[in-house]
Design a protein around this ligand. Structure first.
Ligand SMILES: [Zn+2]
Length: 173
């Protein structure tokens, strides 16, 4: 399996939780609760890797990553062994968790109308918006919990610190 930075995925209908967490990490992950005939084929043909726990399903496709675990943390661990999952924290929380679209910056007056007042006054610059479903996202306790969960699963984003020799020394953040 070649490793590529910007792999796109399609998660089968049993892997909704995994799809959500891949979106948290910033990976383009298509997911539906139900796929009509041919849909997955089409998505795989477009260059997405199918994620599946079904050996029989997996056999039908070329670009497939077969997972075994039932638990989403373990599934992510399996996937990390197979492909490069985003360790760059700048990628985290850049996608809508519901529809997979990239989040966009918002105009401040729009944000003010659509988020709680305390968020606006403490975190206005961190507010993002999904162009598809119009949900608003911002840094807060919910996000902190997700970061903690990712760290428990071994997602330790690397920070490059400058040392006197001028070479970056990667240290766990
Ligand atoms: Zn959305």
């Amino acid at each position: 399996m070649g490793k590529a930075k910007e792999m796109k995925f399609v998660a089968d209908s049993m892997l909704g939780k995994l799809a959500k967490w891949l979106r948290v990490l910033g990976h383009d992950t298509h997911y539906q609760r139900y796929y009509s005939a041919g849909t997955i084929n089409q998505l795989v043909d477009e260059g997405r890797y199918l994620l599946s726990r079904h050996r029989e399903t997996a056999k039908q496709y070329n670009n497939v990553l077969l997972l075994h675990s039932n638990n989403v943390g373990d599934q992510l661990a399996e996937l990390k062994e197979l492909v490069d999952l985003a360790s760059a924290r700048s990628k985290w929380f850049t996608r809508c968790l519901i529809c997979n679209d990239l989040l966009e910056n918002v105009q401040l007056n729009k944000a003010q109308e659509n988020v709680p007042e305390y968020v606006f006054y403490h975190n206005a610059s961190g507010i993002r918006h999904c162009p598809s479903c119009a949900r608003y996202y911002w840094p807060g306790s919910h996000r902190k919990n997700m970061v903690r969960q990712l760290e428990k699963w071994g997602f330790t984003p690397f920070q490059v610190l400058k040392d006197p020799s001028g070479n970056g020394t990667p240290l766990p953040a």
